[in-house]
Write a protein that binds this ligand. Structure first.
Ligand code: NI
Length: 185
């Protein structure tokens, strides 16, 4: 089932998400719905709060960007209870990001290029590993959602002032997009 995407202004996007039991049938159904929703909306990552659930659950599908990043062809995974344990601050990079919860916007965000993450995979196996490159970028974006953060929170200074009106428009529901959304009214 395709779920509506909650857009900025919905309180669930600002909550700290709770840990889940990945083996519960409810969660398995939610994962299936999240992948379907992601396919429909043309995104590459989706966090459970973006469909109204304050739960530590993320799906990532990098196959749509395989032309630019052939190493991620077929990369389609679910992350249960993920956490960023460490940031390697020795190297940071700026890159454009967008978010299904902030339709019609994209902004450059500076982030570390390498992080240490823990999570459970689709076989419920525990992982503790260093990740780099574009995947590290997507994970930071998605896992931030689980702590009530969106990418524009990471933008500082003058640029932050310049995008304030755009963000307020989204909060007030003044935008258009071609996927199903749930806006704050
Ligand atoms: Ni996002």
């Amino acid at each position: 089932m395709i779920l509506p995407i909650y857009t900025l202004g919905q309180p669930v996007l600002r909550q700290v998400a709770e840990e889940i039991d990945p083996q519960s049938p409810d969660i398995q159904q939610l994962v299936q719905d999240m992948f379907e929703t992601l396919d429909h909306s043309g995104g590459i990552g989706l966090a459970a709060p973006q469909v109204g659930h304050a739960k530590r659950l993320v799906v990532i599908d990098l196959d749509p960007i395989r032309e630019d990043y052939p190493q991620y062809a077929g990369y389609r995974h679910v992350f249960y209870n993920p956490y960023i344990e460490e940031y390697d601050k020795s190297h940071q990079e700026s890159m454009d990001e967008g978010c299904l919860s902030l339709p019609g916007m994209s902004e450059s965000v500076k982030r570390p290029t390498r992080i240490r993450v823990t999570f459970q995979d689709e076989q419920f196996q525990e992982h503790d590993e260093w990740v780099d490159g574009y995947l590290a970028r997507v994970m930071q974006h998605e896992f931030d959602h689980l702590d009530g953060k969106v990418y524009t929170d990471r933008i500082i200074g003058l640029r932050k002032q310049l995008i304030k009106n755009k963000i307020n428009d989204i909060i007030k529901g003044r935008f258009s997009c071609d996927y199903k959304v749930k806006v704050k009214r």
